[in-house]
Structures are given as C-alpha cells and as structure tokens.
Write a protein that binds this ligand. Structure first.
Ligand code: ACO
Length: 188
C-alpha cells in the first residue's frame, strides 16, 4: 500500500470510492475545488501490481473489435488501484474570518476489503500534518455519525479528537452528528 498526495487524476476514483462507502456524496466539482484550492491537503492510498485489470490487458483488442469493455472504476490507471482517500480543506467560510486558520476533513473512506489495516489512520495523519505544516491550520474539525463506531474509534481514541457538540439532524436521514475538533500543535 502506498500513501501519496491526491492529484486531479485521482478524483474520479475518489468520487467512486465515496459513492461506494458513504451516503454523503458530492458533485465532482467539489472534489476539484478541494484539489485546486488546497492541492497539498488530500491523500490517497493505492495498491499496484494487479494484472487482472481488464483495462490494461484487453483495451487494444477491444478497440480493434469495436466492443465496449467494462472498466473497474477503482483503477486510477492501469496497474494502480485506489483503496482509500482523505479529502481535506481549509475552512474558507467568510462568516468565520475572525477564527484562527483551521482545517476540515470533508470525507474519509477505505474500501471494505482493505479496512482494519491502519490505512485510514495513516491517511488522516498525513492530512493533519499537511494542514498544519503547509496551510498553518491551528485546529481541524470534522463531522461523524453518532452510529459510526469505526470512525468514532479512529477519531476519538486513535487520533485524540474531542467531541465539541452534537449537531441535531445533521444528516439527510435525520441522524445526529458529533462535531469533532483536534488542536494541531504548530511548529516554531
Ligand atoms: N470497529 C471498531 N474499531 C475500528 C473499526 C471498527 N469497525 N475499524 C477500525 N477501527 C479502529 C482500529 O482498530 C484502529 O484502532 P487502534 O488505533 O486502536 O488500533 C483505528 O480504528 C484505525 O483503524 P484503521 O485500520 O486505520 O481504519 P480503516 O482503514 O479500517 O478505516 C474507516 C476506518 C475509514 C472508518 C473505514 O471503516 C471506512 O471507510 N468506513 C466507511 C466510511 C466512513 O465511515 N468514513 C468516515 C466518515 S466521517 C468523515 O468522512 C469525516
């Protein structure tokens, strides 16, 4: 597994992973907005070396025969598959200009078969480091469903986020969210 900065080329796969893993989905232009505005804040986890991808093996033949091939939407490019992502931004809400610089985790997910391997923790640590070092964020915030045990464990216990408040009916289906926050220690 490789963790690296997310680029524009990764966005379709990130959106695909998000659609697979979470009910909170975003327009493609919102992914683009993150990468264009804070190009160093978002990260992907990828894996290489799976030759079973029909995209690299059969593409030429398919083209020649004028047949459609079903692409595996987790492939960023032949031989590189996306297994997780973290989409992060700085808070650019104009009504909060008196606040110190702060970051926000818009979305995090790991494909089901790659969970419980420490990938989400690694993605989060990279994003927190970048928000602090590159964008001078003094703290970072996020929302999580009250029923999301896995994510809550990761944020509260592993990454020491604190619960700031409960936001009633934050989600479209009426579920409450925990608003969470972690102070980032700025280097001198
Ligand atoms: N139940 C309890 N604890 C769990 C679970 C679980 N199902 N999954 C992970 N954890 C714990 C791990 O044991 C680990 O704890 P430790 O530090 O004590 O060892 C910690 O959480 C981190 O585990 P990772 O292996 O890094 O997490 P993983 O790569 O499996 O990803 C994630 C966790 C992202 C929550 C994954 O389950 C997922 O994609 N879920 C669906 C999408 C989702 O809920 N995303 C978060 C929404 S909130 C937001 O986006 C801001």
């Amino acid at each position: 597994i490789t963790i690296r900065r997310a680029t524009i080329d990764d966005l379709l796969c990130m959106q695909n992973a998000n659609l697979n893993n979470l009910p909170e989905n975003y327009l493609f232009k919102y992914y683009m907005y993150h990468i264009l505005s804070w190009p160093e804040a978002s990260f992907v986890a990828t894996t290489t070396g799976d030759v079973s991808n029909p995209q690299d093996v059969f593409e030429d033949l398919a083209q020649e025969q004028n047949v459609e091939i079903k692409r595996d939407p987790t492939y960023i490019r032949p031989g590189e598959k996306l297994v997780g992502y973290v989409l992060a931004k700085m808070n650019d809400d104009p009504t909060q200009q008196n606040e110190p610089a702060n970051g926000h985790i818009t979305s995090l997910s790991v494909m089901r078969t790659y969970r419980r391997m420490g990938i989400a923790e690694k993605l989060m640590r990279q994003a927190l480091f970048a928000l602090r070092e590159v964008y001078q964020a003094e703290y970072v915030s996020l929302h999580v469903r009250q029923s999301n045990r896995a994510a809550l464990h990761l944020y509260r216990d592993t990454l020491t986020f604190e619960v700031l408040s409960v936001e009633k009916s934050y989600y479209q289906d009426g579920e409450d969210a925990y608003a969470m926050k972690k102070v980032l220690v700025l280097d001198e």
